[in-house]
Ligand binder design. Structure first.
Ligand SMILES: *Cc1c(COP(=O)(O)O)cnc(C)c1O
Length: 355
């Protein structure tokens, strides 16, 4: 069956065995907390990568209703989905322009490119120009106009709404933060723009000096805590859950899963859970990981498979097929347990979760 064909039976899709609960109230409160930490600055929202894996359709309306007016995506292909919820002129595309087609698409859909180089500035001006944003690289050496080129006549021709730069080490106490702040101050004096923006989530916690006119939180909106100062104000947003699809009794000497990496030392009851690395539950969770049921901790046994993991049911003997387990996803703790970054934990979540 081709991907765009639906079964003709008229039968609704069955409920499924993976859920991703999104606490949109926590999401809105996180945005408001970050917004007020920025003092008089407005707060936007980074919603790239499908709102960090949580789903544009759930995240963007909640952020919009909380008051966000500036949305950042990385790719042009992300604009359309966000623009179903907010006016396209409130969307900035961080990767900017690579081809004249990008410029034509930008004009047609009326989302703004973030111009990152003289090449991009020329593409935009050749396409007729119009309001854009401009990223200047103040030290991350990744994307953005080098400081040595800010005086170029092409830049003077741009009609700039947001002038931005991005911090490399805002989640650390690094001298690079202060250096980027002072360089950005110089950039702001040299380049006229309607609004100035430097801070991501962690940058907001560095203090009001970093907030300028507009902040660009991402991770912390979705429950990430990149700096300790944010721990008290940021609440968990994403709550993955997976169902048990089989239970069994095994005995001493029986092994579990691929390569028999766990062997039982005595009789035990185990549960096979519908969650695997294809869903973003990567093998790095390994032997230290556990799922939860109420207060009961259910340690992982053996290797993570593509679609399944196996847990020890000793601490919750009443559990049976169809019961739901919580995947521990408080991001700072989950990052420590899995070795993944808080960003990775969110963005690897797969497409088989339902609401
Ligand atoms: C992703 C991104 C952000 C958001 O960063 P967080 O660390 O997730 O808050 C802000 N600005 C730019 C340019 C980005 O690429």
């Amino acid at each position: 069956m081709a991907a765009d064909e639906t079964p003709k039976s008229g039968q609704a899709k069955p409920p499924g065995t993976l859920r991703l609960k999104i606490d949109t109230d926590a999401l809105a409160k996180n945005w408001q907390a970050l917004r007020s930490m920025g003092g008089s600055a407005q707060a936007g929202a980074a919603v790239k990568a499908n709102a960090y894996g949580l789903g544009v359709d759930r995240a963007v309306p909640a952020l919009r209703d909380a008051g966000a007016r500036d949305f950042f995506v990385a790719h042009w292909c992300e604009v359309y989905d966000v623009a179903r919820h907010v006016p396209a002129e409130q969307i900035s595309v961080l990767h900017g322009l690579l081809t004249p087609q990008d410029a034509a698409y930008s004009k047609a859909i009326v989302a703004r490119p973030v111009i990152n180089s003289l090449h991009q500035a020329k593409l935009w001006l050749d396409a007729g120009g119009g309001t854009c944003d401009l990223m200047v690289d103040t030290g991350i050496n990744r994307l953005g106009l080098p400081l040595s080129q800010i005086g170029d006549p092409l830049i003077a021709k741009l009609d700039i709404d947001i002038l931005l730069s991005h911090l490399a080490s805002s989640d650390e106490d690094s001298p690079l933060n202060q250096l980027q702040l002072s360089r950005f101050g110089q950039v702001c004096e040299a380049i006229p723009a309607r609004r100035r923006s430097l801070a991501n989530s962690a940058g907001i916690a560095l203090g009001k000096d970093y907030a300028f006119d507009l902040t660009r939180p991402g991770l912390a909106l979705y429950g990430g805590v990149p700096r300790g100062e944010l721990a008290q104000s940021i609440r968990q947003v994403a709550f993955p859950q997976a169902a048990i699809i089989q239970t069994r009794e095994i005995g001493r000497g029986d092994s579990v899963g691929y390569n028999a990496s766990f062997t039982a030392s005595g009789p035990m009851r185990i549960g096979t859970v519908s969650l695997g690395y294809a869903d973003g539950f990567l093998r790095s969770w390994g032997a230290k990981g556990a799922l939860m049921h109420g207060g009961a901790r259910l340690p992982l046994l053996g290797k993570v498979s593509m679609d399944m993991i196996v847990v020890d049911l000793a601490n919750a003997p009443e559990l049976a097929e169809g019961d739901w387990l919580d995947v521990p996803y408080a991001l700072p703790e989950a990052a420590a347990a899995s070795g993944l970054s808080q960003y990775e934990l969110l963005t690897v979540l797969g497409s088989r979760f339902s609401a």
